[in-house]
Design a protein around this ligand. Structure first.
Ligand SMILES: [Zn+2]
Length: 317
């Protein structure tokens, strides 16, 4: 893993040095000063943690003499390996139903299909996308006898190594759509539900990722956005046609946020049929991460956590 990162960095620096060698002295200086303007000083794009140890160090991080993120050493943590030969029948799960995707599974061209409007992307490591929160035809999950609606609040990417593995295998890209229970009593303790979508390498790639890459490269190219910017406007996004996989088979389990504070309040829904991504499309994640923070890790996955006493359930199989 470490050598792979070094190779990636080496390749990137080789490209950079070739590019700079091709310029005259004055344009070389201008390229260098532009690069300095774009690169933030600190290598760590996140709030007091990084991916150098893939999260191994998060439980031990201290602040003012106390453990900063105590939940990160909990027994119901994410991500996990999903062994598709050991998935349990949903009927044996108590207290949690299947997710009803409702508007997320209806084409935006049809009535009640959810299209994410006023979408904005952060040109940072995780490429977080926010949007106007949809209010109708929301996904629902019955939890403890109460049917709760969940509002999609953002999605983001984990790149070059997926967070979850399926039968021990990492995918090159994992998308997380984060949803929060509607009208929670307290946002800090609100029930969360996350949809995980994998991408596998292919020659065909993905139309949404292609569109995202084209939009971002266009804005960087014409100077209307810089790496490290947050809230860069992008086109509307339809969840069913642009984000969901072709099969809705998924693995469901109780887990946590995969970033500090690692809160154990997440109903996970990891789709086991991947979408597709090309190697050229993956370059977007290198450009954005390294463009925003010199020295940041291009890979942003937390290591696999112990399943412990938990079961993982199969849905739509
Ligand atoms: Zn995530």
């Amino acid at each position: 893993m470490a050598s792979r990162r070094v190779c990636l960095l080496g390749a990137l620096f080789a490209v950079l040095s070739v590019a700079i060698e091709g310029h005259s002295a004055s344009s070389e200086a201008s390229v260098a000063s532009k690069a300095r303007r774009q690169l933030k000083e600190e290598p760590n794009p996140n709030d007091g943690y990084d991916y150098m140890q893939h999260g191994f160090d998060w439980p031990g991080l201290q602040e003012g003499g106390t453990t900063k993120y105590p939940a990160c050493s909990g027994s119901n943590q994410s991500p996990i390996d999903i062994n598709t030969n050991q998935l349990m029948e949903p009927s044996s799960r108590s207290g949690t139903s299947a997710v009803s995707l409702n508007g997320l599974n209806v084409d935006g061209a049809q009535a009640d299909g959810i299209t994410l409007t006023n979408a904005k992307v952060d040109l940072e490591q995780g490429m977080k996308v926010t949007f106007d929160q949809p209010a109708a035809n929301l996904p629902t999950i019955e939890i403890g006898g109460t049917t709760k609606s969940f509002v999609p609040i953002q999605f983001h990417f984990h790149h070059f190594l997926s967070e979850h593995t399926i039968n021990g295998i990492h995918y090159p890209l994992e998308l997380h759509i984060v949803m929060q229970e509607q009208d929670p009593a307290d946002v800090a303790t609100a029930q969360l539900a996350v949809i995980g979508i994998m991408y596998k390498y292919s020659e065909n790639g993905d139309a949404f990722l292609n569109s995202l890459q084209t939009q971002i490269e266009g804005k960087i190219g014409d100077g209307t956005a810089s790496y490290g910017d947050t809230g860069v406007s992008i086109d509307n996004i339809n969840v069913k046609t642009q984000l969901l996989p072709s099969s809705l088979k998924y693995a469901g389990y109780d887990g946590s946020l995969t970033t500090p504070g690692c809160d154990e309040r997440v109903k996970w829904h990891v789709f086991t049929t991947p979408r597709e991504v090309t190697r050229e499309q993956m370059k977007l994640f290198v450009d954005v991460t390294m463009g925003a923070h010199a020295g940041a890790d291009v890979v942003n996955n937390r290591m696999i956590q112990d399943l412990g006493d938990r079961e993982v359930y199969k849905y739509n199989y």
